[in-house]
Design a protein around this ligand. Structure first.
Ligand code: ADP
Ligand code: MG
Length: 314
C-alpha cells in the first residue's frame, strides 16, 4: 500500500557547491522516483546550509565593494533565494527522472514561510554562526549599525550568530496540501522555511533566524497527515555511543527511548539530535505514525523494514 511520506534531505543529497549540486540532485531524484514507482506519495524538504552561506557571502562581498549601491541582504531573503535555487535544481532533476521512467507527474516548489515566535527562548540565546568571518572592527560596526549579535569563532575571526527557533506554523500549508492532493510532487519548507513573525494586520516580517529543517519537516509531516517522516542523511542508522568503541547502531526505538538516549547525550546537537527529536515529535503526534532515519541510497530498503533506525510507538 502506498504511503504518504515527507522526506527531509540532508546536505549530502545536494552537495556543497554548484557543480556538486548538479550531480547530487540526479542521484537524489532517482532515489525519490524509486519510491514514487513503489506507489508512495512524497513531499520533499531539504537543508540549505552551504547554499544560504554562498548567497550571504556573495551579498557581503557586494556590500563591501559597493557600499553606496548595496546593503546586506536580510537572512530571510537569503533563505528565499536558496529555496528558489535548490527547488529549481530538484524540480528539474525530478521532472527528468519521472519522464525517463514514463511517469507523468507534475513537480512544484513552494516558496514557504514558516512562523516563529519572537518570544522563543532561542532568540535570547542565538547559537547558529552564519556568514562570512569579520574583523573585530567590522563585527563592532555590524553590531552597532545592524543590531547583529556577533561572537568570536574559535580564533578564526568574528561571525554573526542567529537564533534557531522552533517552527510554529507553515504559512503556505493549504497551498502545499492542495498540490499534494492534486497528485503533484511538492518541494516545500526548504532550509527549514523562510522564518517570519506575524505582525499587525496581515504583514509577515522576515526574522533573522534559521529554522532547523528536521523540525520544519516534522511539522509539515504532522500537518499533511503523513504516514512517514523519512529523514535521509549521511549515516544508515543513528547510534548510541556514536564514534566510540561501544558504538551500537539502533534498529528501532520508541519516542520515549529516543528522548531518554537524547537526554543521556548520545546524539550530537546540531546534527543527529534535531533529527531524533523531530522524529519523536512526529511519531507522538498521531496513531500509527512512523519515522525513519537512514541514508538516501537505503530509503527503499528502509521503508520495507530492512534497514535504518525506525521510530514508532511500542
Ligand atoms: P544533514 O545534512 O543530513 O542534516 P548532519 O551532518 O546535520 O546531516 O547530521 C548527520 C550526522 O550526524 C552524521 O553524519 C553523523 O556524523 C552525526 N551524528 C552525530 N551523532 C550521531 C549518532 N548518535 N548516530 C549517528 N550519527 C550521528
Ligand atoms: Mg543537519
Amino acid at each position: 500500500m502506498g504511503k504518504r511520506i515527507v522526506i527531509a534531505l540532508g546536505g549530502n543529497a545536494l552537495g556543497k557547491n554548484l557543480p556538486e549540486q548538479m550531480i547530487a540532485v540526479r542521484r537524489t531524484a532517482n532515489a525519490i522516483v524509486d519510491l514514487i514507482q513503489d506507489g508512495h506519495q512524497v513531499i520533499l524538504t531539504h537543508g540549505n546550509g552551504p547554499q544560504v552561506g554562498m548567497i550571504q557571502k556573495a551579498f557581503t562581498q557586494l556590500t563591501r565593494a559597493e557600499p553606496d549601491q548595496y546593503i546586506p541582504c536580510p537572512l530571510s531573503v537569503c533563505v528565499a533565494m536558496s529555496q528558489g535555487y535548490i527547488g529549481y535544481d530538484l524540480q528539474n532533476a525530478l521532472r527528468e527522472a519521472l519522464l525517463d521512467r514514463g511517469i507523468k507527474k507534475g513537480v512544484a516548489t513552494v516558496l514557504t514561510q514558516v512562523e516563529v515566535d519572537p518570544d522563543d527562548p532561542a532568540f535570547t540565546h542565538p547559537t547558529k554562526p552564519i556568514g562570512a568571518f569579520m574583523t573585530r572592527e567590522e563585527a563592532e560596526q555590524m553590531r552597532v549599525e545592524r543590531d547583529y549579535q556577533v561572537v568570536e569563532d574559535a580564533g578564526r575571526g568574528y561571525r554573526r550568530v542567529v537564533a534557531s527557533p522552533q517552527p510554529k506554523s507553515i504559512i503556505e500549508i493549504e497551498s502545499i496540501r492542495n498540490m499534494v492532493e492534486a497528485g503533484l510532487v511538492v518541494v516545500a519548507c526548504g532550509g527549514g522555511g523562510i522564518p517570519v513573525f506575524l505582525t499587525r494586520g496581515h504583514h509577515l516580517k522576515g526574522a533573522a533566524a534559521v529554522i532547523d529543517k528536521d523540525f520544519a519537516a516534522s511539522l509539515m509531516a504532522q500537518q499533511l497527515n503523513a504516514d512517514y517522516l523519512l529523514i535521509l542523511t549521511a549515516v544508515e542508522k543513528a547510534a548510541i555511543h556514536f564514534g566510540t568503541p561501544q558504538q551500537k547502531w539502533l534498529d528501532r526505538m520508541t519516542p520515549a527511548e529516543a528522548l531518554q538516549y537524547a537526554q543521556e547525550g548520545h546524539f550530537a546537537p546540531g546534527s543527529m539530535l534535531p533529527k531524533v527529536q523531530a522524529a519523536a515529535a512526529f511519531v507522538r503526534s498521531g496513531p500509527g505514525r512512523k519515522a525513519l532515519i537512514t541514508q538516501l541510497e537505503k530509503a527503499g530498503e528502509g521503508l520495507r523494514g530492512e534497514t535504518g533506525t525506525l521510530l514508532q510507538e511500542g
